[in-house]
Design a protein around this ligand. Structure first.
Ligand code: UT7
Length: 319
């Protein structure tokens, strides 16, 4: 038994905020700096009444519609998020309720920007074991809630959004290989080092990052893990039709493509329009390219992410 993607969907909150808008709001930055260093031109920001599960709901409905699946057929929900609605219950349980279904397994995965790669690899193992047949795998984030808008080094980088796929049991692949990794000794280079205790925030509720350390780490591990899954699947890198990396910075995407010997026209790029949407960025980019007709049935897709933890992972897919 294999696991195949049978539908994709995504959702962006309507409010698009350009680099010029950030300057107009008083942030000490410029469109030139942000575009040159990151490739980002705009990001979407959720309304304060919209939570991660609301974004996840819209993306999930689109993915289920694409797959032609009724919500009742879903027997597993995995939501990758670092910006959940609540400490608990999980965003996956809230999504299940909003979808109007009951009973199926539902849980969140916390691997920050690698979350979607983790969630896909986990859901695939449920399906391949034969215990589950139809998984809804979602990445949903409202990173705007954990940004310090006085820290220009981080607040210009991130956006909100959600992406989802339906993963179903199938007799042909499917997911060809996956690899997941973490190195917790790097926990301090990208973190939100806070918690709630006795009604107070202990530590910081805002994202902190050593940008250059993250950059170097990301380029190294994204190249390594891509080679690892290609080796698992005995696939030469030339056979990759589309690279769909976590969308953090256009320069990281370019460096990764170069290491893999792939031209940039084989790399799905949404960072210019979405910014970094953490766990949502891979499924958002996937859905954009499926819907605009670039990604076709039978294409080989290499999905890969890297993020806080530090975590990293890749999933090789026959679409
Ligand atoms: O999802 C995974 C997590 N994130 C990432 O993958 C991000 C990885 N890192 C990066 O993308 C880059 O390191 C950044 C985009 C965050 C920063 O780019 P950089 O080329 O590493 O710049 P820098 O941090 O070395 O800063 C260069 C200069 C500094 O000024 P001085 O000290 O040279 O005078 C900063 O203060 O740019 C300044 N700067 C800014 N200037 C205008 C930092 N942020 C801004 C800003 N606007 N928003």
């Amino acid at each position: 038994m294999y696991a195949r993607i049978t539908g994709t969907g995504s959702y962006l909150p309507p409010q698009a905020v350009t680099n010029h808008d950030l300057v107009a709001r008083g942030i000490d930055t410029s469109d030139e700096w942000i575009v040159e260093r990151t490739g980002i031109r705009q990001r979407h920001i959720a309304d304060e009444r919209q939570s991660a599960s609301d974004l996840a709901l819209e993306a999930s409905r689109a993915a289920l519609g694409c797959a032609g699946i009724a919500p009742e057929k879903v027997d597993l929900i995995v939501v990758a998020t670092s910006t959940p609605d609540y400490i608990f219950p999980s965003t996956a349980c809230l999504l299940q309720d909003k979808l109007g279904i009951k009973g199926c397994a539902a849980f969140d995965v916390q691997a920050v920007c690698s979350g979607f790669a983790y969630a896909m690899a986990i859901a695939e193992k449920f399906i391949r074991s034969g215990s589950h047949r139809c998984a809804l795998v979602v990445g949903a984030e409202v990173f705007s809630r954990i940004l310090d808008w006085n820290d220009r080094a981080t607040c210009v980088l991130f956006g909100d959004g959600a992406g989802a796929v339906v993963l179903e049991a199938a007799e042909t692949p499917g997911i060809l290989a996956s690899a997941l990794h973490a190195d917790g000794s790097y926990n301090e280079i990208l973190s939100v080092p806070g918690n709630v205790c006795g009604g107070r925030v202990i530590g910081s509720p805002f994202l902190q990052m050593d940008g250059q350390a993250v950059f170097k780490f990301a380029v190294r591990v994204l190249g390594d893990v891509a080679h690892e899954v290609l080796q698992h699947a005995h696939m030469p890198q030339e056979a990759v039709d589309w690279l769909i990396p976590h969308q953090a910075n256009i320069r990281i995407l370019q460096a990764t493509a170069k290491r893999l010997g792939l031209p940039m026209d084989k790399v799905i790029t949404t960072v210019d329009r979405h910014g970094n949407t953490s766990a949502a960025s891979i499924p958002l980019a996937l859905d954009v390219a499926v819907r605009d007709g670039r990604i076709k049935r039978g294409d080989n897709l290499l999905l890969e992410g890297v993020g806080g933890g530090f975590t990293w992972g890749a999933v090789l897919v026959k679409f």
